[in-house]
Write a protein that binds this ligand. Sequence first.
Ligand code: GLN
Length: 276
Amino acid sequence: MKIAAGTTVQALQAGLPLDPLENRILLCHALGLTRVGLITNSERVLNEEEAVQLDALLARRLGGEPIAYIVGQREFFGLPFQVSPAVLIPRPDTELIVELVLERLARIRSTARLLDMGTGSGAIAVAVAHTRPDASVTALDVSEAALAVARANAARNGAQVRFLRSDWFAALEDETFDLIASNPPYIAAGDTHLAQGDLRFEPSGALTDFADGFSALRTIIGGAPAHLVAGGWLLLEHGYDQAAAVRALLLDAGYTEVQSWRDLSGIERVSGGRRG
Ligand code: GLN
């Protein structure tokens, strides 16, 4: 598609080839306008430089690149998150685990301690720490590049989070938490979804365990009791067809109150239990 300089914002918005939401996101980014600015500037015409810039952005999107990576940002839990190809793009589904964490933190009297394992962009940890500045939030990831993004997101949203580089529990020593939450890589190697849509561009280590989809889940379920206080909760996000198997793993490992919760699409998306 060739964007012509001299076109008005209004005409452009109607004529771009993406869906209406993405047209708007790309236009805002190319013109440095906010959502409201786009409306109040509807008669503004594009100059040559902006037309070239918009053309380039459109070509990337039409080539399949996720819009969040193109503009470097995605909103999650009402907060702006910086994203790059070093991290998974936060999904609306993941707001469920944030809400489950917040409900449980609200019942803890003393300073509640949360651990977010495999934090990626920091979505879960930053959303919780932003909502509950009195909580003590620790987030870890094996990827230094992901931690750099997560740290920037904590700073940008004024959230106090302690970040650790750790391969799951490896760097934790004997520390304990009231709650452990994780959205680990849970897609099985060879799952066709990995070759579709945004997932093609996301870090494979954040999506898949390169095995049956359960290896990270098993590691976390097996290791969490040593890092949870008695009665502490483990909450895990997982794939659309993994809930029953995750509940079985939790029960086998001795967790109590084992259950699953549905996301906005009605899919069992988070399972968890308490350390017995
Ligand atoms: N929810 C992501 C997807 O299927 C996968 C995230 C993950 O593996 N943790 O698009």
